[in-house]
Design a binder for this molecule. Structure first.
Ligand code: NAD
Length: 383
């Protein structure tokens, strides 16, 4: 046993040294600027696995329509990236095969279908790998329940917490330990992104959500650093909440409309945003942005829905999630007019008119029929 403990201590020392170096790199990067822009926006379109290609086909049609003039003028390009499939990733033995990562890095932004991560085995999640490789530190997830005046935006830290060393914990006979990592610089940048968003969008309330009463070191630091950043935004009402009671708050109709912007460490953000999406109408209705200082990746918040495929219901997958992500992408690349048109069309198709609804089975419309409806609605908005 002593030898095993010695090995574990050595493993821990290596992790500490590595993470300390990463924290210093992050501090140094704080003053660096984002990447240069060439004038042409290259949008990488990644189909993904399971229902990914089904919903992505509709998102592509909508983007082709909304960006038609720019694609024709050569100022925007939709570039298909085909290699991020579970088959190719397994056969290369890489979460994101090197050649695919190179293609991805040659794009400015990405619209990505969900990718499967096998249970067990050694293949890491393509998403976690991409977030790390492209340093996509902010996971932004908007959720709206118009009838109740709920308009939430979650800023989930995307590269630290339990995920940084997720597959590198320690196991001894009868004992397992994982690690959670929080850095000052890593927290500062997600807090800054959230407060800037709040200021630019006329929001007044920011909730910092942790479990700092239990995870005293890591969540304690996260909360302290967020409060330090908050001092630059004196107009904001900043509150501390624990994740357990916030989970209850979101299902409390008497309270939930008061929340606006949330800042959370990685794992709590991952969990609570699925709860929030379910309140909006299900994970099939919610999109998200993964933002870094150079790259940005937009996707649905759900996975590849293997059960839908196994049951032969893939064609009934809901593309609303990826269309919401496409709308966020359009805003991000400075096409606010097109983003607003898509938002209006989705409001009509999903909330007010609802001429055809996707339910995830034969009782509802197919993904393609819903795509037709959105396109017709967009055309109607022009006239
Ligand atoms: P899931 O999100 O794929 O499915 C959860 C439930 O929601 C299922 O009942 C599914 O049928 C339903 N659903 C999801 N999207 C839908 C849509 N657009 N329309 C209708 N119904 C929809 O979650 P899971 O089953 O836990 O994960 C499946 C795979 O996806 C796993 O390999 C997981 O690792 C991966 N995953 C990928 C991402 C990503 O790429 N961003 C995110 C989450 C999970």
């Amino acid at each position: 046993m002593n030898a095993q403990i010695e090995r574990a201590v050595e493993h821990f020392r290596a992790l500490l040294e590595e993470q300390e170096a990463r924290a210093r790199r992050l501090e140094a990067d704080e003053s660096a600027s984002g990447g240069e822009h060439t004038g042409k926006t290259v949008i990488g379109v990644i189909g993904g696995d399971g229902i990914g290609p089904v919903i992505m086909a509709q998102a592509r049609r909508v983007l082709e329509y909304l960006l038609a003039d720019e694609i024709a003028a050569g100022t925007a390009e939709l570039r298909a990236i085909d290699g991020l499939t579970i088959e190719n990733r397994l056969s290369c033995g890489e979460a994101v095969p090197a050649g695919v990562l190179e293609e991805i890095r040659a794009c400015d932004v990405l619209l990505k279908g969900p990718t499967t991560t096998p249970k067990g085995g050694n293949l890491e999640s393509a998403n976690v790998t991409l977030r790390r490789a492209l340093d996509l530190y902010a996971n932004v997830r908007p959720v709206r329940i118009s009838a109740e005046g709920v308009d939430w935006t979650f800023f989930r830290e995307n590269t630290e917490g339990e995920y940084t060393l997720g597959s590198r914990g320690i196991e001894l006979p009868g004992l397992a330990m994982d690690f959670k990592v929080i850095t000052d610089a890593g927290t500062r940048r997600i807090a800054r992104a959230a407060f800037e968003y709040a200021r630019k969008n006329g929001k007044k309330r920011v909730a910092i959500v942790t479990k700092a009463n239990i995870m005293k070191k890591t969540d304690g630091k996260f909360s302290d650093v967020c409060h330090a950043v908050a001092r630059d935004y004196p107009e904001m009402e900043v509150e501390d909440w624990y994740i357990d009671i916030m989970t209850a708050n979101l299902v409390n109709p008497a309270l939930r409309a008061r929340f606006e912007v949330f800042i959370l460490p990685n794992l709590y953000g991952d969990i609570i945003t699925d709860e929030a999406a379910q309140l909006q109408g299900g994970v099939g209705t919610a999109g998200s942005a993964n933002l870094g200082s150079r790259y940005a990746m937009f996707e649905a918040i759900h996975g590849s829905a293997p059960r839908l495929i196994e049951e032969g219901l893939g064609d009934y997958a809901n593309p609303e999630s990826i269309l919401r992500a496409a709308q966020m992408l359009l805003n991000h690349i400075g096409r606010a007019g097109q983003a607003e048109r898509l938002q209006k069309a989705l409001e009509i198709c999903c909330e007010t008119e609802r001429k055809c609804a996707v339910t995830g089975d034969q009782s509802g419309a197919t993904c393609q029929a819903f795509g037709d409806y959105v396109l017709e609605t967009l055309q109607g908005l022009e006239g």
